[in-house]
Design a protein around this ligand. Structure first.
Ligand SMILES: Nc1ncnc2c1ncn2[C@@H]1O[C@H](COP(=O)(O)OP(=O)(O)OP(=O)(O)O)[C@@H](O)[C@H]1O
Length: 309
C-alpha cells in the first residue's frame, strides 16, 4: 500500500536549546490507524506540529501525499486535518458555520452534502444550528473533529483526543475513530493512555525523549514481546512455596491461595508441564488454572525503562 506520510531524519531544536526530536523516521500507510505513544514531553505534539506546518523543523524531510511540507506547503496542508488538544472554538458560532468556514479556509468549494455527511457520522447533525457554547464537552470535541474533516483531508491527526475526559466519553471517542477508519481516513493519534493504543490502533509507534523507539504492528508487538502469566488457584491455601519453586520465579499471591508463574511464549518450552508435575509431587492440589497475555502497558513500561537504563 502507498504511504501517505513520509518523515525522514526529522530534528527539532527549540530556541531554548532543547532538542525535542532527534532523527525521527516514520512512514504511514494510507488507511491505517497509528498510535504515537509516549510519556509527557516525549515530542509527540512537536512532531504533529511540524507535519501540520505550525512549527519549523531544524532538519529533515516531511512529505504528505508526495508534497513536501515546506516547498509545497499549501498542497501538503490541504491533505491534513488536525484536531488539537485544546478546545478552541468560537462559542457563539453555530456548528454548521464552524464546519462551513473551515472548509472555506482551505479554498474548497461549497459542498453541503459532504458537511452533512461529516456531521451525521459524528452524531452532530441534530445540533447543526446550535451554538458551540450550548454543547457538552463531548460534543465540542466532536465538533473539532468535524471541523478538521470539513475540507476532506486524507490524513487526520488527533492530538490526545481523550486527555482529561471521563471513561464514558473516551469510549465514545473510540467509536468515532472506528467510524472514521471505516470511511478510509488515515489516522494518527497521540496518546499516553496505553489502553487507547491497545484498543484502536493498527500500528504502534513508541516515542521517548524525541526518539522513536519502535514502530510495529500492534498484534505482532504484543506477540513478540508478550509474556504470558499462568495463574494457578490452589485447593487449600499454603503459607510458603517450597524452596525449589522460588528458583523458578514463582510467586505466591492472594494470601497463599494462588501461585503466579510468568513464562515466555517465544521459548522452546514454557515449563508448564514440569511445573504442574512438581506441584503434584509436593502434594499441592490445584483448583483451577488460567493464562493471561501481558498487556501493552507492561510492554511499554518495559521498553521505556530499558531505554532509560
Ligand atoms: N516552544 C517550545 N520551546 C522550548 N521547548 C519546547 C517548546 N515546545 C515544547 N518544548 C519542549 O519539547 C519537549 C517535547 O514537547 P512536546 O509538547 O512535543 O511533548 P509531548 O510528547 O507532546 O508531551 P505531552 O504528552 O505532555 O503533550 C518537552 O520537553 C517540551 O518542554
Amino acid at each position: 500500500m502507498a504511504s501517505i506520510l513520509e518523515i525522514k531524519g526529522l530534528e527539532k531544536r527549540y530556541a531554548s536549546g532543547h532538542v525535542a526530536l532527534h532523527g525521527v523516521d516514520l512512514s504511514i500507510e494510507e488507511g491505517e490507524i497509528l498510535a504515537l505513544l509516549g510519556p509527557n514531553g516525549a515530542g509527540k505534539t512537536t512532531l504533529i506540529s511540524i507535519v501540520c506546518g505550525l512549527v519549523m523543523p531544524s532538519a529533515g524531510q516531511v512529505s504528505v501525499g508526495g508534497f513536501d511540507i515546506r516547498r509545497e506547503y499549501r498542497r501538503a496542508r490541504a491533505l491534513i486535518g488536525l484536531v488539537p488538544q485544546e478546545i478552541a472554538l468560537e462559542p457563539f458560532e453555530t456548528v454548521w458555520n464552524v464546519v462551513r468556514f473551515s472548509r472555506g479556509l482551505f479554498g474548497k468549494g461549497r459542498d453541503d452534502a459532504h458537511l452533512e455527511d461529516v456531521l451525521r457520522s459524528l452524531s452532530l447533525w441534530d445540533k447543526r444550528d446550535a451554538q458551540v457554547r450550548e454543547l457538552s464537552g463531548g460534543m465540542k470535541r466532536r465538533v473539532l473533529i468535524a471541523k478538521a474533516l470539513a475540507h476532506e483531508p486524507r490524513i487526520l491527526f488527533l492530538d490526545e483526543p481523550t486527555a482529561g475526559v471521563d471513561v464514558e466519553l473516551r469510549r465514545s471517542m473510540w467509536e468515532v475513530v472506528e467510524g472514521l477508519r471505516a470511511r478510509g481516513v488515515t489516522i494518527i493519534l497521540t496518546t499516553h493512555y496505553i489502553e487507547e493504543a491497545e484498543e484502536i490502533a493498527d500500528r504502534i509507534a513508541v516515542i521517548a525523549k524525541g526518539e522513536i523507539l519502535l514502530v510495529e504492528d500492534k498484534a505482532r508487538l504484543m506477540d513478540r514481546m508478550g509474556q504470558k502469566e499462568l495463574r494457578i488457584e490452589l485447593h487449600e491455601p499454603i503459607t510458603a512455596l517450597p524452596a525449589r519453586f522460588a528458583e523458578k520465579g514463582l510467586e505466591l499471591i492472594d494470601e497463599g491461595r494462588a501461585i503466579l508463574f510468568r513464562y515466555d511464549t517465544r521459548g522452546p518450552r514454557t515449563g508448564i508441564a514440569s511445573l504442574l508435575t512438581d506441584l503434584a509431587a509436593e502434594g499441592i492440589v490445584l483448583r483451577d488454572i488460567a493464562t493471561r497475555q501481558s498487556s501493552l502497558e507492561e510492554i511499554f513500561v518495559g521498553l521505556v525503562t530499558e531505554e532509560q537504563t
